[in-house]
Ligand binder design. Structure first.
Ligand code: NM2
Length: 538
């Protein structure tokens, strides 16, 4: 008995309560009013969306392009040649498994959703004032998806990995919290409320991003189940699906992180490869290859135009506003940024033995290539159905909604029931792994110390808490509400991203300088892979 009480006491003491409660209160503060006053809530959400995108849209776009340029600069600077690890550390993972893990960590069920259907939105609501459903609209439809999942997006993901990996492998100070990663800039303030606030904002961001993900993925799974069993799609079914995913996660968490989640993510990867190969082979193979290849060219040609386009004249008379950058590019950069610190923690963990340059170029190139594969195959299959007149995806989508359209597109393949079954299982597994990884990170941020892994009750608590926001968002129901979750939650992270890059530059420049001045013998520029290894006491 006394032992139990002591255990509870120790558990209690391990939690960083200001951060725990701060994050919980913000979540409840956002979700509860929306549950009790859904109509007024929907209005407030719309207002928040147009306020943020209308006034601060430019900040998100600067963030995106800024991350990209900054990382390219770092990759080719002296700092980029710094090796993450000791002089003779080998790469911990070979490049193939490194790239696969990176992709699996950063990408979830949403790529199934948007990979299949994003083109349909662009085709009927194209950018740059182009005529909807015109030939030009087709080109943008197949290109914009890979832009929103391309090099800028992956640069946003990579940026937080820089300071985290640097502290981990070069300064040998493990970073479990984002607040720790900005210590070179904020100094001792990190140990006080400022540090708590940074961690709470990071948690709030992740909860918003996961809210968008879960509220998008769940209706798609519901449609799949409806297709296979005839059960009508209701909010009840969606709630059950989300709980089911949480329970799958809980069971796998209890069977031990290694085994449970490893099995799940391996199944995910193989099922994904199978599905893609199936669509590629049984779909219009030549059309898919050609369209994908051409859109890479269109993207390369228009990269900076797309990265900076904001419709500045939208409010002036005589200009018809498309709302495109606000609805898409701003939303996307926000959605990537809310996941970025979390993916950064993971990327840092798997990158021992690589140089910073290899880490940067690897994430940006392999990440982009992976997304091109998804969007190229899944998206262009749907586009082909539309253009060839085989199936009117757009008409169907406008009538029945995007999740139903996704399942209907899959129905155009041979062995449709099997394909829909595999797709639905895949989406469930992806969602379960999102619960897993997000709750892992949320739980670790609110713990003062960790012996290996965060406490189980703590992880389960955050896994179930994560269901709350998406439930509310699905109840409110429209795409704009889902997007707003990421846009609002991502805003503070723009500034945290700036601190993170500053922190990396400050620390690595300091170490490079001291290693030059003091002829630190641990510095290493090998002839073979030209890496530098500064090590300093600081
Ligand atoms: N991103 C990649 O929902 C998911 O699949 C997780 C989403 C940020 C658009 C990440």
């Amino acid at each position: 008995m006394i032992g139990k009480v002591f255990d509870y006491y120790m558990n209690f003491k391990l939690i960083d309560w200001p951060t725990f409660l701060g994050a919980l209160f913000i979540l409840l503060g956002v979700s509860l009013p929306l549950i009790f006053f859904p109509e007024a809530g929907a209005e407030v959400i719309n207002l928040a969306n147009s306020f943020m995108t209308g006034n601060f849209g430019i900040l998100y776009l600067i963030l995106g392009l800024g991350c990209f340029l900054f990382l390219v600069f770092v990759a080719f600077s002296k700092n980029g040649r710094i090796k993450l690890g000791n002089k003779d550390d080998k790469k911990e993972f070979n490049t193939f498994s490194w790239a696969a893990m990176l992709f699996a960590a950063g990408i979830g069920s949403s790529i199934l959703y948007w990979g299949m259907i994003e083109w349909a939105y662009y085709y009927q609501g194209p950018p740059f004032g182009v005529e909807p459903k015109s030939n030009e609209a087709i080109q943008w439809a197949s290109t914009y998806g890979i832009f929103h999942w391309g090099p800028i997006a992956w640069a946003i993901y990579t940026l937080p990995a820089l300071p985290i990996a640097y502290f981990y492998y070069v300064r040998k100070k493990p970073v479990l919290k984002i607040s720790e990663a900005v210590r070179p800039v904020l100094g001792k303030y990190v140990d006080g409320p400022v540090g708590n606030i940074i961690d709470i904002l990071f948690m709030f961001g992740l909860m918003g991003g996961a809210g968008t993900t879960l509220a998008l993925g769940t209706p798609m799974i519901a449609e799949g189940i409806h297709d296979l069993t005839g059960i009508p799609v209701t909010l009840g079914l969606k709630a059950v699906i989300m709980l089911l995913c949480t329970v799958i996660f809980a069971v796998s968490a209890y069977s031990g992180l290694r085994r449970g989640i490893k099995v799940l993510s391996d199944v995910c990867i193989w099922l994904t490869i199978l599905l893609m190969a199936f669509v590629f082979i049984f779909g219009p193979t030549v059309f898919i290859s050609e369209t994908t290849f051409s859109s890479i060219g269109i993207l390369a040609d228009n990269f900076f135009r797309m990265a900076t386009w904001l419709e500045p004249f939208r409010d002036l008379a005589g200009f018809s506003e498309t709302g495109f950058p606000e609805s898409w590019t701003v939303f996307y950069w926000a959605w990537w940024v809310v996941y970025a610190p979390f993916v950064g923690l993971f990327v840092a963990r798997i990158s021992r033995g690589r140089t910073i340059r290899e880490m940067i170029l690897g994430t940006m190139i392999y990440g982009t290539l992976g997304c091109i594969l998804f969007f190229g195959i899944l998206g262009n299959f749907g586009l082909y159905l539309q253009l060839s007149g085989t199936f009117d995806v757009i008409g169907f989508m406008n009538e029945n909604g995007a999740p139903a359209a996704i399942i209907a597109i899959l129905h155009q393949l041979p062995m449709a029931k099997v394909v829909v079954g595999a797709f639905t299982i895949l989406a469930v597994l992806f969602l379960a792994t999102t619960f897993d990884s997000s709750s892992y990170i949320l739980a670790s941020v609110v713990q003062k110390q960790m012996k290996g892994e965060p406490m189980r009750w703590n992880r389960l608590f955050w896994a179930f808490t994560l269901c709350l926001l998406p439930l509310v968002l699905m109840f409110i129901g429209d795409l704009e509400a889902l997007q707003t979750a990421s846009i609002v939650a991502g805003f503070p992270l723009i500034f945290i991203m700036f601190l993170l890059s500053w922190s990396f530059i400050k620390a690595s420049n300091h170490d490079l300088k001291s290693s030059r001045e003091f002829k630190n013998p641990t510095i290493h520029i090998s002839k073979k892979d030209k890496d530098v290894n500064p090590k300093s006491k600081n």
